[in-house]
Design a protein around this ligand. Structure first.
Ligand code: NAD
Ligand code: DAU
Length: 381
């Protein structure tokens, strides 16, 4: 049996955060360091097109936080770097993944490499460190014994597939429908298998659609916000009536910290946002928040295999004592305002290899796009 663990955060504690330069991982890192509780954080990140050191700049600019922070550029699928970093970590939280469904349709290989091989390499390192802890070899530089590391795999509601009615519970079958979701489901299954076979201290979170500052502009909310600010057409897939459940990034990061601290070993925890909306309503709310006209919106050919709806039951996480704090009615306009006020952050991304991606993803679709009738109530207070 895995013994009960003391706190994973606080003085003397050391977290290895994989994928910590991305959207949610960087929020987690900023928030953990911002607690000023003595936790040390090392980020391991490959800095793919989605990884961005600028996301960590607020923490790195603060001397107290910077003194507890280290950044390593590297691949979770590289056993050498992972073994070295795992040796000193009390916990490993894995955000690293290729995360965009549309890109997984254009080219799935990188999704599999990081989502399957990468997760396997991390689990092997956790196994090695667990065995070292059991034999007493795992010590800090002063010779004090160290506990086995806890491994938290960050997963997604997409592993349950499209949920036409009701809400997914943690024990439901996994029915992923895109290469992205299949790679994530493979990571979940691998993590579960290492828990069962080797009795590792593994926990898993499955988060809902996340929004907030520092999200790469390829995703719906930042894409709509930045296109609106630039006066560019806004691509709405199909009928725009697909439903997503929205979760603020600070709530998602806080839920992950809560599960890291309080989750049961082997536990899987849904992290819902409890805010289900149709895509066309999200687009309308963002345009209203930014004062931009509806006629920017274009109906474009749908995403192949597009999941119609996601919804999760969050009672297991609620029973663990966690509650979301950011109401969508405040979080969404604040997010639109953040993109309006932080143009230099997203311009740097949209000025890179963005045009090539955008042309491949949207060129033909926008050429075939049509205006979308103005929704009822548009423009009313
Ligand atoms: P993101 O694309 O913004 O960030 C991913 C990060 O991982 C980037 O910094 C990237 O450089 C890094 N990375 C990619 N491959 C790597 C590798 N092989 N080795 C090391 N680093 C690597 O993603 P995100 O939106 O922040 O999502 C983070 C995690 O949360 C992912 O696992 C995703 O599946 C999951 N998730 C995301 C959402 C969402 O709505 N964004 C919702 C639920 C779960
Ligand atoms: O549900 C959790 C998942 O949410 C995460 O696991 C993924 O990493 C994350 O990317 C997100 O996946 P989605 O596919 O739901 O997010 P995306 O922002 O790509 O799209 C949200 C919805 O908006 C989806 O129904 C497709 C639609 N969409 C998206 C884009 C980019 C459009 O209509 N137009 C667009 O241009």
């Amino acid at each position: 049996m895995t013994a009960a663990h003391p706190s994973r955060l606080g003085p003397g504690r050391h977290l290895l955060v994989c994928g910590g330069a991305g959207f949610i991982g960087s929020c987690f890192v900023r928030d953990v360091l911002g607690r000023r509780d003595g936790t040390r954080v090392t980020v391991l990140d490959l800095l793919t097109y989605a990884g961005n050191r600028a996301n960590l700049a607020p923490a790195e600019a603060d001397p107290e936080q910077a003194a507890r922070f280290a950044f390593v550029e590297g691949d979770i699928a590289d056993p050498d770097v992972v073994e070295r970093l795992a040796a000193g970590a009390d916990s490993i939280v894995n955000f690293a993944a290729e995360s965009h469904v549309d890109r997984s349709i254009l080219g799935p290989e990188a999704f599999l490499r990081t989502g399957v091989i990468g997760v396997h390499v991390l689990l092997e390192a956790v196994l090695r460190e667990t065995r070292r802890a059991e034999s007493g070899e795992r010590t800090d530089p002063t010779g004090r014994p160290l506990q086995a590391p806890r491994f938290l795999q960050v997963s997604t509601d997409e592993v349950y597939g499209s949920v036409e009615e009701g809400s997914s519970r943690e024990g439901d079958p996994l029915e992923p429908r895109s290469p992205y979701a299949a790679a994530k489901a493979a990571g979940d299954l691998l993590a579960g298998s290492y828990r069962t076979t080797y009795d590792l201290d593994v926990v898993l979170t499955r988060g809902a659609n996340t929004y907030g500052p520092y999200q790469h502009p390829e995703k719906l909310i930042p894409l709509v916000s930045t296109n609106a600010l630039l006066g560019l057409p806004i691509p709405l897939y199909g009928d725009g009536q697909q439903r997503r459940d929205w979760l603020h990034v600070s709530d998602h990061a806080a839920a992950i910290a809560h599960v890291l601290e309080h989750g049961e070993a082997g536990g899987v925890y849904n992290v819902p946002g409890n805010t289900e909306r149709e895509n066309r309503d999200i687009v309308a709310a963002l345009l209203a928040a930014l004062g931009r006209p509806w006629d920017l919106v274009r109906r474009v050919p749908d995403r192949p295999g597009h999941d119609r709806r996601y919804a999760m039951d969050g009672s297991r996480l609620a029973a663990l004592g966690w509650r979301a704090a950011v109401p969508f009615a405040e979080g969404l306009p604040a997010t639109a305002a953040w993109y309006r006020d932080n143009e230099s952050w997203w311009r740097a991304i949209r000025d890179g290899d963005w045009d090539t991606y955008y042309a491949r993803q949207y060129g033909a679709r926008l050429a075939a796009g049509e205006p979308v009738p103005t929704p009822p109530g548009w423009g009313s207070a």
